[in-house]
Design a binder for this molecule. Structure first.
Ligand code: UD1
Ligand code: UDP
Length: 359
């Protein structure tokens, strides 16, 4: 077996890390192909350094661009690498343009595709991620569904039962592996001058939110109201796309503390000690659910409905008053829900399935 791990963005590095650790430890023949979709130090390198991941064998350096430009460049470069390396399977994780390009390049060459985090659906085709995840699933030979619900979704789309494996989500593995290390190593609460359970944490970066002026203004206004109403500091590590759009729309951010994106251990510490998290991130909806932290999602739908069902998360959308209402609602909810995303052994299961099915 020869495995090509194709990744390119922050969440893919974090969620692939538990799998890469096993591949490395067990001397399985594999290599990492980084598309370079994310390239700034605090969106990319910091995670390799902190999670002690091996260097990618290839970095395609694709960088930013329109969807077609970015995905097209990746397709051409990934195909070249696959022709040279001849892996027996390409693994992709999640729903980014890197995932679409990796899956499509491989399937067209007749190379098997394994999709980690298969079967998620927001049913919102306005989201680039929804297109990517649907297409990646339908290109895949092995679909690693995080939950039974995801498996049912795939079956409902006509994907054969024998291709689907419910493994749990590797984000649980990542949280379990890193939370204790974070407690020992990072001091981010002191550095920011906040107390445990005495602040709100925010992340916002979705294209449909931050590229839409009305929505982005609504979110920022909502954060200001939340700060006034509940009197907790609001900490916002800003994704580079969002920073660019704040500037482009001339949005001023008072009452909210804007900081650079954080390394994983610092973010995990800040997340696990937050009174509440407001986000449009997929991974953050999962992590808050796992960590027992209430989450208010700044979107109108989610491909993580399990979080709504167990009660860790509510959808608020982007209107300021609705955001305040949903924060109030979640602050009054008891923090005791089951974790629907697995037992922290997803990576182990995925590697065992690869061994059995690919050899
Ligand atoms: C991408 C994914 C999204 C995922 C997110 C994780 C797609 C379509 N979107 O969105 O699903 O949730 O990654 O964070 O694949 N930029 C930098 N430095 C970087 C990366 C980006 O400055 O290291 C800036 C550039 O201006 C770039 C913009 O952010 O144009 C957007 O980056 P891009 O990778 O296209 O999309 P994300 O918003 O990061
Ligand atoms: N994250 C991080 N630093 C930050 C913000 C997020 O390390 O400043 C981590 C977070 O813990 C989660 C992942 O990044 O594991 C989520 O990535 P993102 O929100 O960029 O993408 P999405 O999950 O929405 O695709």
């Amino acid at each position: 077996m020869k495995v090509a791990v194709v990744l390119g963005t922050r969440p893919e590095i974090i969620k692939f890390a538990p799998i890469i650790r096993i591949l490395e430890r067990e001397a399985i023949n594999y290599f990492i192909l980084h598309t370079g979709q994310h390239y700034s130090y605090h969106m990319d390198r910091v995670f390799f350094e902190q999670l002690e991941l091996p260097e990618p064998k290839y970095n395609l350096g694709v960088g930013p661009g329109s969807h077609a430009e970015q995905t097209g460049k990746m397709l051409i470069c990934i195909e070249n690498v696959l022709l040279r390396e001849k892996p027996s399977i390409v693994l992709v994780e999640g729903d980014t343009n890197t995932v679409l390009a990796g899956a499509l390049a491989a399937v067209k060459l007749g190379v098997k595709v394994g999709h980690v985090e298969a079967g998620l659906r927001s049913y919102d085709r306005q989201m680039p991620e929804e297109i990517n995840r649907v297409l990646a699933d339908h290109c895949s030979d092995l679909l690693f569904a995080p939950t039974e619900k995801a498996r049912q979704t795939l079956l409902g789309e006509g994907i054969a039962d024998e291709k689907i494996f419910v493994t749990g989500n590797t984000i649980v593995d990542a949280v379990h592996q890193n939370l204790e290390i974070a407690k020992r190593r990072v001091n981010v609460l002191d550095e920011l001058g906040v107390k445990a359970y005495g602040y709100f944490l925010v992340t916002v970066h979705r294209q449909e939110n931050v590229e839409n002026e009305r929505r982005f203004r609504g979110i920022i206004e909502g954060l200001k109201l939340v700060n006034k109403e509940f009197d907790f500091p609001v900490i916002f590590p800003v994704h580079p796309r969002s920073r660019r759009q704040l500037k482009a729309f001339g949005i001023t951010v008072n009452c909210v503390r804007i900081i650079d994106p954080l390394d994983y251990l610092s973010f995990l510490m800040l997340e696990s000690n937050a009174r509440l998290v407001l986000t449009d991130s997929g991974g953050v909806q999962e992590e808050t659910c796992i960590l027992g932290v209430p989450c208010v999602t700044l979107r109108y739908n989610t491909e993580r409905p399990e979080t709504l069902e167990v009660g860790s998360n509510v959808l608020a959308g982007t209107e300021p008053n609705e955001i305040v209402k949903k924060v109030d609602f979640m602050l009054n909810r008891e923090r005791c829900w089951p974790n629907p995303f697995g037992d922290g052994k997803a990576a182990r299961r995925i590697v065992e399935i690869l061994r059995e099915k690919i050899g």
